[in-house]
Design a protein around this ligand. Sequence first.
Ligand code: NAG
Ligand code: NAG
Length: 122
Amino acid sequence: MATGVFALLSVCVCLCIGFNLDTTFPLLKTGRDGSLFGLSVALHQDLKTDAYLLLIGAPRDKAEPNVPANRTGGVYSCPITADQSEYLNLSENLIEDMWLGVSVASQGRPGGRVLVTTTGWL
Ligand SMILES: *[C@@H]1O[C@H](CO)[C@@H](O)[C@H](O)[C@H]1NC(C)=O
Ligand SMILES: *[C@@H]1O[C@H](CO)[C@@H](O)[C@H](O)[C@H]1NC(C)=O
């Protein structure tokens, strides 16, 4: 019985290992108000620069000025530095309320593919 309880406690201790967030030098990335910037995030490694970057979805983001829609959503490439995030021009077929960037995923390996989803047609 005591061995069983000890084994159970050991499993619980193993499952509860935590980590600290860096509260001293946090890296903040922000998007436009109401854009839901950060709803989806994927870590990706760029093959050209060998650098890691965050792909961040903002599915309620305003459309770019030359797009015939008001709110399309978008995806940003954000370096893991204080540098500016960059809007990714993923398609010329952007439509109103398409929720571009509602989810973002990286294949994980260097130079791997990236999946960006929308609720509309791309
Ligand atoms: C964009 O917003 C304006 C003002 O609300 C509206 O008249 C127009 O129809 C909207 N455009 C689209 C593509 O929904
Ligand atoms: C996005 O790229 C397409 C060509 O692929 C171009 O026609 C369009 O103007 C670009 N949009 C923006 C916002 O730069």
